[in-house]
Design a protein around this ligand. Structure first.
Ligand SMILES: CC(C)(COP(=O)(O)OP(=O)(O)OC[C@H]1O[C@@H](n2cnc3c(N)ncnc32)[C@H](O)[C@@H]1OP(=O)(O)O)[C@@H](O)C(=O)NCCC(=O)NCCS
Length: 179
């Protein structure tokens, strides 16, 4: 089996990232969200990563800036969304590689915590824990158990708070349930 390489996404990868997200999610909402976040203040270029096999982009993960509002103060966190692997390359560890690389990069950049709305069974394997543990509230209409979080700096999520996401992301939930 060919090696899976993980690297930072470049502007030239935009079309390939679009294809990955459309094929993994079977629709265009997540791909559109990526495009919208890419041109917003929430975008962190170092935290948009692609997986590549033999020069073909087979996976993508993005972490962008969000806020945790606690007692009227905003605390910067990262939100993870989306994560996608083309169906023909799933179950080969690509998603795990992308997730570990993204968490490591976020830590090295000095970010303090990551939150994600998604399959809790998947993310809890990678040190994410139910956000309810910290009394973190999510304003999106998603099941509470689908929100998990990870501290990159111990104790930063203590005291909880309410998540504040950029509009480019919340739009994704306007007409349907969680990704
Ligand atoms: C979720 C996803 C990114 C995983 O990518 P991947 O490269 O297959 O992941 P890995 O190979 O590292 O891990 C595979 C394991 O993840 C687990 N997994 C995959 N999808 C899962 C899901 N929806 N819920 C829970 N666990 C899941 C399975 O246990 C699988 O193990 P297996 O290979 O023994 O069956 C990929 O399946 C995908 O793009 N899905 C569609 C888009 C999506 O749902 N993205 C996540 C949004 S929260």
């Amino acid at each position: 089996m060919q090696d899976i390489k993980v690297r930072q996404a470049h502007p030239e990868d935009a079309a390939a990232i679009d294809v990955v997200n459309r094929s993994a999610f079977g629709g265009e909402a997540e791909a559109q969200m990526v495009t919208a976040v890419n041109s917003s203040q929430s975008y962190v270029p170092e935290l948009s990563l692609v997986a590549e096999v033999g020069g073909r982009v087979t996976g993508h993960i993005m972490l962008f800036r969000a806020q945790l509002e606690r007692q009227g103060k905003q605390h910067e966190v990262l939100a993870l969304a989306p994560m996608a692997v083309v169906p023909s390359h799933s179950h080969r560890g690509t998603g795990s590689l992308l997730l570990r690389a993204a968490v490591a990069k976020a830590t090295s950049l000095g970010y303090k915590a990551i939150v994600v709305v998604g399959h809790p069974d998947y993310y809890t394997r990678f040190d994410f824990q139910p956000a309810s543990k910290w009394e973190i509230r999510c304003p999106l209409s998603v099941p509470a158990e689908s929100v998990t979080a990870q501290e990159l700096v111990a104790g930063v999520l203590e005291g909880g708070g309410t998540l504040r996401y950029p509009a480019e992301f919340t739009r994704l939930f306007a007409n349907r349930q969680a990704v």
